[in-house]
Write a protein that binds this ligand. Structure first.
Ligand code: SF4
Length: 331
């Protein structure tokens, strides 16, 4: 049994199918007949920037071939934010398709992604080491190995959970090798497409960098600046860093909505959960939290190194207040 390569174009099986078609990159770039492939490749990347790759009916061959072409487009732009976002969107598209699959159809797909589940009635059993290959990136406690019934080295998961693990494996597979080193002349041939993608990228980045309104971003201490740029690049922050960033932003006057929107780049973004956490930190439950002191930040490895002003304060919020005051005087 095999899975459908065009539905999961990042699989080894799909790569074999692409090879079997025998088409060259040049043909894909130049031939008029491949226009739908180029169009779909562009749609994949633009969709990823916008938040989701549309899953409309496309000829299976165009769907299959558009994936390697989209990878070339992403690679020519060589932008970390785009690469992460693209890999995430490909994984999410695959995840939506997996939801429509029968349980049995997930097994060959899993195998292609180096996970070997065994079906036990409605559930799946997998070796804990394989489980961890994907679950180690999941944030929710339910994925922690200690919270799973581990029996003889095996972990049991539901079909939905297996699909979620495969989605994460898919994201890792798409990320692998990106950005590819693409010869310059190929990037030149793709210039019409990459220009359009680049413009979209600039627009979305401008949008994503939160409009902090009254909040004086240039007065942020080095720790908060570091977290902020990591989050906007889609890096998953450690729990302590996430807490420090959230409580800091809330304390300097950013709204819950804006903070939630800021986190909408993590691979496992869960709006409901994030909103709950941000609400909690902002004092909805009765206590408004403040960020940890510099000493605590340093203990958790969250202080990237002090600058001059850091040496005169013991709390990131004091840094902000002093810096904002100085900036205000200068302006
Ligand atoms: S010294 Fe304090 S304010 Fe400065 S970077 Fe470290 S934690 Fe942040």
């Amino acid at each position: 049994m095999s899975h459908n390569g065009s539905d999961y174009p990042f699989t080894r099986q799909a790569a074999d199918q692409v090879r079997e078609t025998g088409y060259s990159i040049e043909a894909l770039l130049e031939r008029r007949g491949f226009q739908p492939v180029r169009k779909r490749a562009l749609e994949r990347v633009l969709g990823a920037i916008g938040g989701a790759i549309p899953d409309q009916p496309v000829h299976p061959v165009a769907e299959l071939l558009s994936y390697p072409l989209a990878r070339l487009m992403v690679s020519c732009l060589d932008d970390d934010f785009l690469t992460r976002r693209y890999a995430l969107a490909e994984a999410k598209l695959a995840g939506r398709r997996m939801k429509k699959e029968d349980a049995a159809d997930l097994i060959p797909l899993a195998q292609d992604l180096d996970i070997h589940p065994v079906r036990r009635r409605d559930l799946f059993e997998l070796h804990f080491a394989e489980y961890l290959k994907a679950a180690h990136r999941m944030r929710s406690p339910k994925w922690k190995l200690v919270n799973r019934g581990l029996r003889k080295g095996k972990v049991t998961v539901t079909q939905d959970e297996l699909a979620r693990l495969l989605e994460e494996r898919a994201r890792m597979r798409v990320m692998r090798g990106l950005p590819l080193s693409v010869p310059e002349d190929i990037c030149r041939q793709l210039a019409d497409y990459t220009r359009e993608i680049g413009a979209e990228l600039v627009a979305i980045k401008a949008d994503r960098f939160p409009d902090l309104g009254e909040v004086a971003e240039e007065a942020f201490p080095p720790c908060i600046r570091t977290f902020l740029s990591q989050v906007t690049e889609g890096v998953n922050l450690a729990h302590t860093a996430r807490f420090a960033l959230t409580s800091f932003l809330i304390n300097v006057g950013m709204s819950v909505d804006d903070v939630v929107a800021l986190f909408n780049t993590s691979p496992d973004f869960d709006e409901e959960k994030t909103r709950y956490q941000v609400d909690h930190i902002s004092g909805k439950g009765g206590t408004k939290y403040t960020p940890p002191s510099c000493a605590t930040m340093a203990t958790y490895g969250n202080c990237p190194g002090e600058d001059d002003l850091c040496r005169r304060v013991s709390h990131p919020l004091s840094y902000y207040q002093k810096q904002a005051r100085t900036k205000l005087k200068k302006s």
